[in-house]
Design a protein around this ligand. Structure first.
Ligand code: CDP
Ligand code: CDP
Length: 230
């Protein structure tokens, strides 16, 4: 059976996970958050006192990491050696650590295998940095989601302050810029738009406007509400 796949790539704060989750729900397919996998590797390293930039030691412990993805009501839960770490991987320290371990080729090989296996067994909306360019080069629809760095930083700021977390807008902007640089300048699978991806600039657009725009781009031959493809 041929499953349906949508690849969404773009920088931090562009709206990838919010938009991808809504599309998955609307189409009744699964959402694969690949960033969570790199975050999980970073969490393991930090817990074991290994610097996320220390390629040799990260490679050494890679075989101690078993990542499992399970779905509950279409929501992805990620397990690190059988512990559900879905919520504790969302800190700023882990964001930066994920960006560092993501530069290591052996880490990417392991994560990409997991990602491709998921897309082999279900229709997916998958988001990340290299989905359209490398993980799913034959995806049925590829989206490159962007927004100005100012808007991305202010979205994150709003998100954190709403949760009661104290933070500074200028610090968040700096961290996003550093991660953008790390992700676009690395040697393996850098963040870039696939040639056949549609670029969607979300600056000034509501979440619903972006979702509607992406849904309208799905090739008409796909019966997207056909449950047989799930
Ligand atoms: O996954 P990614 O880092 O690309 O972004 P996200 O976590 O989905 O979105 C970051 C924040 O921007 C969330 O709080 C979204 O609700 C918000 N957002 C928005 O305000 N307008 C959009 N068009 C898209 C996302
Ligand atoms: O949600 P946000 O955009 O802030 O980050 P994420 O998607 O959770 O990804 C965290 C980090 O993992 C990114 O900064 C990338 O360095 C890395 N990543 C990657 O290299 N390739 C992917 N397919 C997904 C994430």
């Amino acid at each position: 059976m041929k499953y349906f796949s949508i690849a969404i790539d773009g920088p931090a704060g562009a709206g990838k996970s919010t938009i991808a989750k809504m599309i998955a729900k609307k189409l009744n397919i699964i959402y694969v958050d690949t960033g969570a996998m790199y975050r999980t590797v970073a969490l393991y390293c930090i817990k074991h006192g290994i610097q996320c930039t220390d390629k040799d030691n990260v490679e050494k412990i890679l075989n101690q990491i078993e990542i499992k993805i399970l779905y509950k009501d279409h929501t992805q839960r990620i397990f690190l050696n059988d512990e559900d770490v879905s919520d504790i991987i969302r800190t700023q320290e882990i964001s930066q650590g994920a960006s560092d371990v993501a530069t290591i080729q052996a880490v990417r090989v392991k994560m990409v295998e997991l990602q491709r296996n998921l897309a082999k067994s279900a229709s997916v909306v998958m988001d990340g940095r290299d989905i359209g360019t490398y993980v799913l080069p034959n995806a049925d629809l590829k989206i490159f989601l962007t927004a100005s760095v100012e808007e991305r930083a202010s979205r994150r700021y709003k998100e954190l302050t709403q949760k009661g977390i104290e933070c500074s807008l200028s610090k968040i902007k700096e961290e996003i810029e550093a991660r953008d640089k790390n992700d676009t300048c690395r040697e393996c699978s850098p963040l870039r738009k696939a040639e056949d991806a549609v670029e969607v600039d979300t600056t000034g657009k509501t979440i619903q406007e972006v979702v509607d725009q992406i849904i309208s781009l799905i090739p008409k031959q796909y019966d997207i509400n056909n449950d047989d493809t799930i």
